[in-house]
Design a protein around this ligand. Sequence first.
Ligand SMILES: [Zn+2]
Length: 151
Amino acid sequence: MTGLEAIPKIAVLLSQLIARVKDRKAAALVQQILQHQLVIQKELMAAHAKISQTERDHANVIAEINERHAKTIAHLNEKIAKFQSEMEIRYHAGTEFRRGKKTGEKWQPFCPDCGLPLNIPTRNYQLSCACGWESNIWKAQLPGIVARFVP
Ligand SMILES: [Zn+2]
């Protein structure tokens, strides 16, 4: 039983008590208790209604935020799908190669960790990324690897 359920039951019990009390002074005291009890009940009901409204407001705000995020996620997924459809991607020895509008339709190596284009050294060294990732592919191997990609 909650407090809100108990209070009306107390009111009923007090009314029964008033009916049984023969002494008028005692009946008046119980009547006063009943009046105080009604004040408490009214305030508790108002507080409960206010809390319920706050909970509904909170739930509505969360629902609005979720709806906005869902739209943003859907928008970003569309952009990703569009970007991926514009880029061909191949992997060789753990290195990502991309070809599309952004690479001038030529195969270029990219970092599989951070997605940045890999540094192609001037001499025959391993390809590497600014983030610290190192490819197993050496510069001299690039033309042969790219030539084997199926168009
Ligand atoms: Zn990287």
